[in-house]
Design a protein around this ligand. Sequence first.
Ligand code: PGA
Length: 247
Amino acid sequence: MRKKVIAGNWKMNKTNSEATEFLNQIKEGINTDKVDVVVCPTYLSLTDMIELTKDTKISVGAQNMYFEEKGAYTGEISGEMLKEIGVKYCIIGHSERRQYFAETDDNVNKKAKKLIELGITPIICVGESLDQRENNETLVVVTNQVTKALQDISSEDISKMVIAYEPIWAIGTGRTATNDQAEEVCMQIREVVKNIYDESTAQNLRIQYGGSVTKDNAKDLFAMPNIDGALVGGASLKSDFIDIVKA
Ligand code: PGA
């Protein structure tokens, strides 16, 4: 049985004091071993959120990193820096980073390898645009993204990562994929992993759905056989996140 993983992607929201106040509000409500719960604040709040969650079941993740260890990369943060302060997860390849910050599949692969080496769980985001869906390219696009992200990663390391299927047209739009649409692509991702590695590697991989997940649709999405949790944006900024974890 794969353990579900629910991650809140706070994006560029909440100042440090707002983040502190919010986490203090929700942390009592999230006290479960049944699922893994992660919050991903901005870099600036990582240290304080790690301190605040020390005696809780909540892990803290970053929203990005750079794959080099150190050097002349103005504005970037390395995996080593994240590891030292106790970051456990890191989102990579989010569609907003691909769209606004020129993140490529090759970079995503390099970041995934680095994070695995450091013992930080990568949450690798993949997903198609509306145009691609309407042109029936969804499965091809996602297959390519997954294949490139996993290049030169061993089967053993697949269980140390999470893949998040996030259709771009569903992110922040209130237009969630239907359960069947989400399941179809998550199943395809597992099939891709099976084809590259083997059945048991594919069965061990945790695959999240993301894109307008709410407390009202979470339960049905989580009931789908290939959906192992969610990457939650907007609803993770409110106490609704507790209800999503409970779902
Ligand atoms: P959303 O964002 O839940 O606000 O649609 C999801 C995400 O971008 O990870």
